[in-house]
Design a protein around this ligand. Structure first.
Ligand code: NI
Length: 176
């Protein structure tokens, strides 16, 4: 078991578009296992590979935190097939420590992904899992939840954000 170092806001890898995984080999399985350990050690419900320094399209979710009896699950090359409606929910992120804010996102998702055995899976959800997956897949696209906030929320967390990132933070997409 290895606990990996979590990259925090301002690290360029968090703003890169991660590459699809072509082959699920032993190194991918080992990374996924270490990501699960790291997520659990950090009390997170999800963790994406770029957060631990690998710009590849894989994430883990601790479904046990969401539904009793479920176990941590690995999602490889996830792709949205459908997104519907909209809702607001509080979000936090292991890469943006101690910052929580309300984010508006689609409510219902339909998603396809590969499991760790390389089998294609389809998942539909409109509850908390939908939210966690959208947040984690954003990481694969180089986006952080603090870049998605409405004006009031942005204002509210500004001080806390400056504590982690004293020179300020502008999402890559807004930079000229
Ligand atoms: Ni996150």
């Amino acid at each position: 078991m290895s606990i990996l170092k979590i990259r925090t806001i301002g690290d360029p890898i968090l703003e890169q578009i991660a590459k699809p995984i072509e082959k699920i080999d032993d190194s991918i399985i080992e990374l996924a296992t270490n990501m699960i350990d790291t997520m659990i050690a950090g009390d997170g419900v999800g963790l994406a590979a770029p957060q631990v320094g690998h710009s590849i399209r894989m994430l883990v979710v601790d479904l046990g935190m969401i539904t009793e009896g479920e176990i941590p699950t690995i999602f490889i090359n996830p792709e949205f097939l459908e997104m519907e409606d909209e809702c607001e929910m509080d979000e936090g992120c292991l890469s943006v420590p101690d910052v929580y804010a309300i984010v508006k996102r689609p409510k219902r998702i339909k998603l396809k992904y590969l499991d760790i055995d390389g089998r294609e899976q389809i998942l539909e959800d409109e509850e908390y899992l939908s939210r966690v997956l959208q947040h984690e897949i954003d990481h694969l696209d180089g986006k952080l939840f603090v870049g998605k906030l409405e004006k009031d929320e942005k204002k509210r967390i500004k001080k806390k954000l400056l504590k982690i990132k004293p020179d300020g933070w502008i999402p890559e997409s807004k930079k000229k």
